[in-house]
Write a protein that binds this ligand. Structure first.
Ligand code: AMP
Ligand code: MN
Ligand code: MN
Length: 332
């Protein structure tokens, strides 16, 4: 491994050039998304992987868990680059980590980071401590795909419809439908549309297509929602629980939409959804209007962005809610 051979890059432009220089001659590249991959992580890995594969490199894209990519994101893998984690070489020649806020987000593939001959991090989480040989880490980027787009420009790579579709999927979802996108991200979207992206074909499977039974399950989850107007320093906290039976029956495409409904609650600045992933284990999604939920998540061992963060916590649901409320209450 060459982790100590090159000092970590400090500024984004020089990291982008360093990554382009590393990728240009690469013959074998492994790209990894974070566990429970979303459109930004998989879209980033598949966009870059598609370009490298078309240039003749041996390319594989993977993530540690779950066993299969979300159904809605599988069409992004037009070249069939996705492989199970067992198929990732024990000592990757070049490892590219996409949208991974912390090394632990690699899950069982974490050991490949230490074993890789060289590694590149591409991420936009402010909570990221920084890891890997070359670090394209820019919290000002709305999505990791924005950084991949910059890297592809540096590499002189043409953006065809397949690559554009991967990038668009990450951009539109991480910006909550362009709500948090700045002018440059809108210009990037325009370029991607010109490259042939079919917006409805990308978005409908991700968040606009649910089985009829989901309406009843969603009604049950929302029926159990609670509002604590005095929590989060008086700014209000709304929460709901998705029990394991619902988690097992419905896809991530259904379950991940719950927090988007909760966060529309007028009386609450912060919304949290507790997704049951074990008898006493909860994957928590938090969203906010003004409170820094990333700070709260990091304090509890998770991470994310100021307005969208997550953490996995153990205990009963009331206990987990109490810990979240404590973390959201400003000290003093
Ligand atoms: P989610 O609620 O799963 O959509 O996650 C919201 C944001 O928090 C995303 O940017 C995730 O990458 C990030 N995130 C979620 N869980 C974690 C975690 N355990 N550690 C670090 N970042 C996380
Ligand atoms: Mn992500
Ligand atoms: Mn992201």
């Amino acid at each position: 491994m060459t982790a100590t051979a090159r000092p970590p890059s400090t500024d984004v432009a020089s990291a982008v050039s360093a990554a382009a220089a590393l990728l240009a001659p690469a013959r074998d590249v492994t790209l990894v998304a974070h566990v429970q991959p979303d459109a930004d992580s998989l879209g980033s890995a598949l966009a870059l992987g598609t370009v490298l594969s078309r240039r003749g490199a041996r390319v594989r894209v993977s993530f540690a868990a779950p066993a299969h990519a979300p159904e809605s994101l599988r069409p992004l893998d037009a070249l069939g680059l996705l492989v199970p984690p067992e198929a990732v070489p024990a000592e990757p020649e070049l490892l590219v980590m996409c949208d991974t806020a912390a090394p632990e987000r690699l899950g069982s593939l974490l050991d490949r980071l230490a074993a890789a001959r060289a590694s590149v991090l591409i991420d936009h989480h402010a909570s990221n401590p920084g890891f890997g040989d070359v670090r394209i880490l820019d919290p000002a980027a709305e999505a990791t795909v924005v950084l991949v787009h910059r890297l592809l420009a540096e590499m002189g790579a043409p953006i065809d419809t397949v690559v554009a579709t991967c990038l668009y999927a990450g951009l539109v979802t991480d910006t909550v439908g362009f709500r948090t996108a700045g002018p440059a991200a809108h210009r990037m979207a325009a370029d991607l549309l010109e490259a042939g992206v079919d917006v409805e074909a990308v978005l409908r499977p991700i968040n606009g297509d649910h089985p009829f039974g989901w309406l009843d399950a969603l009604a049950g989850v929302l029926h159990g929602a609670t509002l604590d107007a005095s929590a989060a320093g008086g700014r209000g906290f709304v929460s709901a629980v998705v029990p394991v039976e619902v988690m097992e029956r419905y896809r991530v495409e259904e379950v991940d939409g719950v927090v988007d409904l909760l966060r529309t609650t007028s009386e609450a600045d912060v919304a949290a959804v507790l997704k049951q992933v074990g008898p006493r284990r909860w994957s928590v999604s938090m969203r906010s209007r003004t409170v820094d939920v990333a700070a709260a998540a990091v304090g509890l061992g998770g991470g994310g962005h100021p307005r969208a963060a997550g953490v996995t916590l153990d205990g009963g649901p009331d206990e987990v809610l109490a810990r979240l409320c404590a973390a959201l209450t400003p000290a003093g």
